[in-house]
Design a protein around this ligand. Structure first.
Ligand code: PLP
Length: 404
């Protein structure tokens, strides 16, 4: 029987038979495919949110193996976790760290993104303690209106960086709001604003070494957004940013090529029982068995990232190579599934929540469609209580063992 244990949960060895399986060869394949798609642009592997739920250090290592030149994360804490795991690659912070966090970020060689004068001051102070120029990047807001310098304030921020002996301007970047809708003209508007910002800086004699704008959708559907570097998250994990991008990679490369989903989510049935017709299951007793049926208990619940509303949204799992309905309300730690009249299912049989079994497959996109969300939220919603097991990724050794 395969070893169901994965990376320890909160430092504890996992004893519950429920786990996420991450195929590091798939991550490496996806990184290689994206790199080929965008070359000569470089690939930045976005591993925020613990690598979209896949495990950041492991996928970072596989992505670099596959051709990614650097990594990006949202939080300083996430960058520190990569350093603690022994990852030495360049790590870009996608938001400006607070003044308190800046010292730690710089001390650990993370590359801050800056867009406020306070950020520039904090970075100068942190860098002064280091005694050598620290690379930083500056972000300009071209219409997403989340973070980034206003275009009118950009020159002031960039000049403050350029004039600071403690800092080195390593890049200028922006972020696209609708790149996953290929024919939305706003992407062109944002790219034109970004060009204008570069021209203003060039007029002041400042030419950033790297310029970048594209997320996965930009990289796939907008060749003119690729510039020097693309920042890919979801595509690295084997998912398209939106269904509208189906076929775009193949067309661009002129060959059959596809992203490989890296994550499967599995468990073993805890117990199986037979109930009479008319019996009702779980909290609220909303699910009624029309005929006498077997039901099974899966040791995963909403704390683990199976949303409570998945059952009423038609959610299913795979058992014995067949689709089975979730039978009633998802509870915190367990769900019940309807096995119908299948008397061959036993406790300990494998359950697939996301992934393949036999000829069937349930995708993160299927969950997302049922739940009215996107694959991103499904994947990074898988809780920290679920251990991550790794398969593949052999070439770089240590970081990828199944017991991590
Ligand atoms: C999360 C993020 C990305 C990656 O987006 P995907 O759609 O997952 O490729 C890129 N850039 C920034 C600034 C981000 O926050």
């Amino acid at each position: 029987m395969p070893d169901d244990r994965g990376r320890p949960v909160n430092g504890l060895r996992a004893l519950r038979p429920a786990w996420v399986e991450v195929d590091l060869d798939a991550v490496r394949h996806n990184a290689g495919l994206l790199r080929r798609l965008v070359a000569p642009a470089e690939l930045c592997a976005v591993v925020k949110a613990d690598g979209y739920g896949h495990g950041a250090p492991e996928v970072a290592t596989a992505a670099i193996d596959g051709g990614a030149a650097l990594l990006a994360v949202a939080l300083v804490e996430e960058g520190l976790a990569l350093r603690a795991a022994g990852i030495a690659a360049e790590v870009l912070l996608l938001s400006e760290p607070t003044a308190e966090a800046m010292t730690e970020a710089v001390a650990h060689g993370l590359t801050p993104t800056l867009y406020r004068m306070e950020g520039v001051s904090a970075a100068r102070k942190a860098a002064a303690q280091l005694g050598r120029p620290v690379p930083v990047q500056v972000k300009v807001d071209t219409g997403m209106h989340r973070v980034g310098a206003d275009p009118e304030e950009l020159l002031e921020v960039v000049q403050a960086v350029a004039n600071a002996p403690e800092l080195a301007l390593a890049g200028l970047w922006t972020h696209l709001a609708v790149a996953d809708v290929p024919d939305d003209p706003f992407t062109g508007v944002q790219l034109a604003r970004f060009e204008h910002a570069r021209a203003v800086l060039a007029g002041a004699g400042i030419v950033p070494r790297l310029v970048h704008a594209a997320n996965s959708a930009g990289a796939i559907a907008h060749p003119d957004a690729r510039l020097d570097l693309v920042r890919c998250g979801i595509a690295l994990y084997g998912h398209l940013p939106s269904a509208a991008l189906a076929g775009w990679i193949e067309r661009a490369l002129g060959e059959p090529a596809s992203l490989a989903p890296a994550l499967s989510w599995k468990a073993r049935l805890h117990l199986v029982r037979r109930l009479e017709a008319g019996e009702r299951t779980s909290y609220g007793r909303t699910y009624e068995l029309a005929t006498a049926s077997y039901v099974g208990v899966v040791p995963l619940g909403y704390h683990d990232g199976v949303p409570r509303r998945l059952a009423s949204a038609g959610g299913q799992v795979l058992v014995g190579g067949a689709r089975r309905d979730i039978a009633g309300t998802v509870t915190m730690d367990q769900i019940i599934v309807d096995l119908g009249d299948d008397d061959a299912v036993r406790p300990g049989d494998e359950v697939v929540l996301i992934g393949r079994q036999g000829g069937e497959e349930i995708t993160a996109e299927e969950w997302a469609d049922r739940l009215g969300t996107i694959s991103y939220e499904v994947l990074c919603g898988i809780g920290p209580r679920v251990p991550r097991r790794y398969v593949g990724g052999g070439s770089s050794g240590g970081a990828c063992g199944p017991e991590r």
